[in-house]
Design a protein around this ligand. Sequence first.
Ligand SMILES: O=C(O)[C@H](O)[C@@H](O)[C@H](O)[C@H](O)COP(=O)(O)O
Length: 324
Amino acid sequence: MAFSSCTFTATLRTPLTPLPSLRRSPPHTTLISQFIVTKPLRCSLRLNSSSTIGVNPKKFECKASSSMAETTTEKGKGKVQVFDTEDELAVSLAKYIADLSDKYSKERGFFTVVLSGGSLIKSLRKLAEPPYIDSVDWKKWYVFWVDERVVPTHHEDSNYKLALDGFLSKVPIRSGQIFAIYDGLLAKDAADVYETYLEQLVEITIIDISEATGLPKFDLMLLGMGPDGHVASLFPGHPLVQATKPLVAFLKDSPKPPLRRITFTFPVINSSANIALVVAGASKADAVNVALGNGQSSDLLPVQMVSPEGELTWFLDKEAASKL
Ligand SMILES: O=C(O)[C@H](O)[C@@H](O)[C@H](O)[C@H](O)COP(=O)(O)O
């Protein structure tokens, strides 16, 4: 990468605190030798007799659930929770995140969280309310983005602005621990700088490292999914879906506007300790059915490639699950 340390610190967003003592680490070129191709997700839903969701019990087995959700787990394939309403989904999501925050804050002294854009941010609203606003150890949080649109951070399309307005401005996370993708550079340069920044944070152990891949291992990645099954800015049929490097890539041809975006690629997404896929609304039902049910697609949907080193948990509302 063509950045001196001096350029690197100068490229940080103004609200952020630079880490001037950091030295640049070598790139991950020796660490990513091969992309681990993941199998499509399959799950087995278990429904009780009082279930109101539209799942065909012939396709799925049923088992005990929490009071608000139908919960399914199949070893290695993820946990699937279906909620009657998006509000119930948001309540459960807040508890899930708060529990992980507690675990990693105690175990590691840090909690690294990756956000996406879209409706996910609204679904985080319960974290900014009691009891979590008071009980979560917010000073341990370090926040990142899985993707960003190449627009100024005050632009309506900015994922940073979306998260700031909808979530981050309502919780006491230190501004120096919020790592936006820098908007003042060419897209490729901004992607390179962000990747270098991740390397720096791995070096000082704020971001964990995957023993399996040698890549940054985030404690929690919160992903939304588009109706076409895209996650992050990895779209069906796009070459970046199969990319093994860089860890942070740019594209100029996003099928979803805006065209120019920056995105993590699957090797780093799948090195995560935990991934939550948060999906609500009927427009997502077909893609959910391809990923979790018997639905067919001529393309491998990007969401089918989400397979973290750790735990995968789906948060679905009943509309998104309606074709299962
Ligand atoms: O920048 C983006 O566009 C997002 O990061 C993107 O990956 C988003 O998460 C999905 O498109 C789902 O968005 P919705 O939940 O709004 O459908």
